[in-house]
Design a protein around this ligand. Structure first.
Ligand code: 13P
Ligand code: SF4
Length: 316
């Protein structure tokens, strides 16, 4: 039996484990979550891995420890399950940059372009519903390569990921002008500075970083691929240019190496304030009270589901 409300010194992690059994719940966590959450999750990964896990789970309840668009994606592919997000305000600057009404108006205004819309998963259900296919940083190249050759592509909402995929594929795309407020804080100057201190350390950077930073990186990839890169690299010290939460998983899974967080221009912490809204206490509360829960009107859910399923099929 689980105690209610305040945790009087009991081990919160143990209580969560018991609640999880009672609810037949699964805990999915993104690589940027706080260490205490990553440590109690059934699966920790990038947006692509989390989408597959969410689509495949047979649990009745998904406690999604990430940001809103991630939990919403889990709900879209699981209409019959209850999807909980520890803090409903955990948003994303990329998602905010592309409100569905604005995208709808843009598409109407440029109807002559007959756009094939590729939406980075960091967007709302409303934007997904207006898209042809979804992608993540882990499969963006593959998804863009599979787009019809005779269509104009509109890529939303991340201009940096979009520009990186254009470089990789040679496919011209129209780019929505959104950015991740964390990844644009890394600059050529800040990365050159850390390279001078660790001249032998390779740099691995997320594609949400700017062109200037990507140019300085030895590898540009999604957070899941960063784990593989760091494991396989012969280097003992590696500079990691992404949200700071990534370092917990790297240190835990690859204990013999040293991971140096890429510094930002203003020595800003490199932590996504949205990702960090979730805490172990809120995760416990969510499972105990079965709220906050993600809900969606069925017509919207159905329209948003098709491009996600297309992505899952295309990137197998
Ligand atoms: P990944 O899919 O690479 O984990 O990226 C998600 C994200 O929000 C990056 O800021
Ligand atoms: Fe969004 Fe950036 Fe936070 Fe990722 S790190 S959730 S892209 S604001």
């Amino acid at each position: 039996m689980v105690s209610s409300g305040v945790n009087f010194g009991l081990d919160l992690a143990a209580e969560i484990a018991e609640l999880k059994r009672e609810r037949n719940a699964v805990i999915l966590a993104h690589n940027y979550q706080v260490p205490e959450i990553q440590d109690i999750a059934d699966y920790v990964g990038d947006s692509l891995g989390l989408s597959y896990r969410a689509a495949e789970t047979d649990a009745d309840v998904i406690l999604f420890c990430g940001v809103h668009f991630m939990a919403e994606t889990a709900k879209i592919v699981n209409p019959g399950k209850r999807v909980l997000l520890p803090d409903l305000d955990a948003g994303c600057s990329l998602s905010e940059s592309c409100p569905p009404e604005k995208l709808q108006a843009y598409l109407e205004e440029h109807a002559d372009k007959n756009y094939y819309v590729i939406a980075y998963i960091n967007c709302s259900a409303g934007v997904k519903a207006l898209s042809d296919v979804i992608c993540t940083s882990g499969n963006a190249e593959k998804i863009v390569r599979s787009a019809p050759a005779d269509r104009n592509i509109l890529f939303v909402p991340d201009q940096n990921l979009g520009a990186w995929v254009m470089e990789r594929t040679g496919r011209k795309m129209y780019l929505w002008q959104g950015t991740c407020y964390i990844h644009v804080e890394f600059t050529a100057r800040s990365i050159n500075g850390i390279r001078e201190r660790y001249p032998d350390a390779p740099v691995v950077a997320h594609p949400e970083c700017t062109y200037a930073v990507r140019l300085l990186a030895d590898e540009v990839c999604s957070t899941e691929k960063m784990v593989t890169f760091c494991r396989e690299s012969p280097a003992r010290e590696i500079i990691v240019v992404t949200e700071a939460g990534m370092l917990h998983r790297l240190k835990k899974e690859i204990p013999g190496k040293v991971f140096i967080p890429g510094p930002t221009e203003n020595c800003f912490c490199g932590e996504c304030r949205f990702m960090k809204m979730n805490t172990l206490e809120k995760a416990h509360e969510a499972l105990l009270k079965m709220t906050p829960e993600i809900t969606l009107p069925e017509p919207l859910r159905k329209r948003a589901e098709a491009p996600i399923l297309r992505m899952l099929e295309l990137s197998r």
